[in-house]
Structures are given as C-alpha cells and as structure tokens.
Design a protein around this ligand. Structure first.
Ligand SMILES: Cc1ncc(COP(=O)(O)O)c(C=O)c1O
Length: 307
C-alpha cells in the first residue's frame, strides 16, 4: 500500500464485486462498483477536488475563499474533504428531503448547511437558486456548479471509466448508473464507448424523474431530476429504466442482508435495473452496476429498525 500525502489521493480505485445471492437466475454476471469505499463514502469524492480546481483555474475561487454548492449531500462531503486539505470554507444548500444523517455529516466536516424546501428548479427557494444567490452575496465565495461544469463528467472520464475497463480487461458488456447531474453516466459512458462502441449504457431512473417521466415527487436521493442538466449527455444513454422507491429501498435492504453490501436507495434502484437487464442479456461481458454511496447515510430512513 502506498503512503498518501493527503486523503485526496485515496479517492478512487474502488473494487468491483460480483453479486451472488440477490436476484437470479440471470444470464449475465453482474458486478457492482462499490463507491462507498471512497474516503468520504460516495462517488462524489471523485469530483470534489476537480470542481475546486476548475474554480481556481477560472479565477472564481481565491486562496482562503468559500466553496458554495447545491448538493444532495455527497458532493458536499467530496468538496468539504478537498476544502479542508486546501484551506477553504464551505457553505452547502441542501433540499429538506435529504436524510438527517447526511446533514450531520456535512456539519461534521465544518461546513455551514442551509436547508431549503424540495421545490422545482424555477422556484426561487430551489436549492440551486439559493446556492447561487449565496455565492453572489458572500465575499470571496464561489459557486461550484456540479450541474454545469465539465470538470464533473471529465473526472469520471479520467478515473471511473478507465478503472472499469482495466478491472474487467475490457470485458464489459453494459454499465448501469443513475443520473443526478449526469456526470457519472456521461463520463463513464463516453470513456467506455470510446474503447468499445458496443458497450451498452443503461440509465436507472426513479419513478417521477424526467428521464423516464412524467415528473412527480420521489424519495430516492442523489439520482433523478426534473430537468436535463448541462452535465448530462443523454445521447450516450442507450436506454433508461424506471424503478420505484419501494423496489429500490427493498433491494438496498436485500444487498445488506444477503450480500453484506450496505449502500443507499439509489444503489438499490441501480441493482434492480441491472438484474432485470441481466435476465435476458444475450451479449458477452459483465454488467457493471455503479453503486454511488454508503447505506450509513440512510440509517434513519431506509434502514430503520422496523423496515
Ligand atoms: C446518491 C448518489 N450520488 C451520486 C450519484 C451520481 O450522480 P451524478 O449523475 O450526479 O454523477 C447518484 C446517482 O445514482 C446517486 O444516487
């Protein structure tokens, strides 16, 4: 094991793990990429430093400044880790549907957290709008813009995509991922299709999100949207499959109990979609499902003792 200079060097390099006991019988073999093993517990650790560097390079963020972001929690942790190492302050704006565990987590990293109602994007109280106004009004503050900055998908093109390709020795038939900003699915999808245009990119989408429509409220956190973000290249997605909150949360509980893998509700949705794809899969190669975050974020809701 190498000695790292800072925690940021420990981001990435997450394992692929084969599923055995949930689902079945499937024709294809399903691997999960466990992003919970990043030091901050999610796939968003991969974009924290990249967003900060992009803001520094464009001159928007100066030494000792304040990082501001609209986040469902995980991007906040990724940014907070990088901000701690680089000497920045943090303000995060989160919608009130986010789990209390995640909000405590952001505060544990020393961030200021503003909680706003979970309202559509055109509402002035929407978390992205509030975060932008804060960045304009706080001296030395810069909006990170995970929904707009190409640094987000680029981080996955540089790291997550190559990790999948190398670990499977190019034997990947399909990748299944959710889309919040779309950074993950676009970055990985572009990298894998650049290596082999035959790799199928499957988007898992909460019932109520726009990618499978119609738009309605849903409980799954971190994936699903009510608009198409700039950071999503929808042309790279071969097909979208919807998954309900109930099915997603039930699958998250099964993964913990039968595979020993504790992940969040979005991972449950992604695995449910991956297993369905695997059932009538005719092509060679692994199906790789991206599991974005740890179930420790959801002990108060998905993993409540009575659930
Ligand atoms: C909890 C969580 N975080 C992050 C992501 C990745 O989203 P993005 O599209 O923003 O890369 C997802 C997607 O499934 C997610 O569920």
């Amino acid at each position: 094991m190498p000695i790292y200079d800072t925690v940021l060097e420990a981001v990435g390099g997450t394992p692929l793990i084969r599923l055995h006991r949930v689902g079945g019988p499937e024709r294809a073999r399903v691997l999960v990429k466990l992003e919970a093993l990043n030091p901050g517990g999610s796939i968003k650790d991969r974009i924290g430093l990249a967003l900060i560097r992009a803001a520094e390079q464009s001159g928007r963020l100066k030494p000792g400044g304040t990082v501001v972001e609209a986040t469902a929690g995980n991007t906040g942790v990724g940014l907070a880790m990088a901000a701690a190492v680089l000497g920045y302050q943090c303000i995060f704006v989160v919608p009130d549907k986010m789990s209390p565990d995640k909000i405590r987590l952001l505060r544990a990293y020393g961030a200021r957290v503003e909680i706003v109602p979970d309202v559509p994007r055109d509402d002035p109280q929407n978390y992205q709008q509030v975060a932008r106004r804060l960045a304009d009004s706080v001296p030395g503050a810069a909006y990170m813009g995970q929904f707009e900055q190409t640094a987000n998908p680029d981080a996955h093109y540089r790291t997550t995509g190559p990790e999948i390709w190398e670990a499977t020795h190019g034997q990947v038939g399909a990748v299944v991922a959710g889309a919040g900003t779309g950074g993950t699915i676009s970055g990985i999808g572009r990298y894998l299709k650049d290596q082999n245009p035959g790799v199928e990119v499957i988007g898992a989408d909460p019932v109520g999100s726009i990618f499978t429509g119609p738009v309605a409220p849903f409980l799954i956190e971190g994936m699903g949207e009510d608009y198409y973000p700039d950071t999503l290249d929808a042309d790279l997605v071969d097909r979208w499959e919807a998954c309900s909150d109930e099915e997603a949360f039930a699958m998250a509980r099964q993964l913990a109990r039968h595979e020993g893998i504790l992940v969040g509700g979005s991972s449950g949705a992604i695995v449910a979609v991956a297993l369905k794809a695997a059932r009538d899969w005719e092509k060679p190669g692994w199906i790789v499902a991206m599991l974005p975050d740890t179930g420790r974020n959801y002990l108060a809701n998905i993993f409540r003792e009575d659930s």
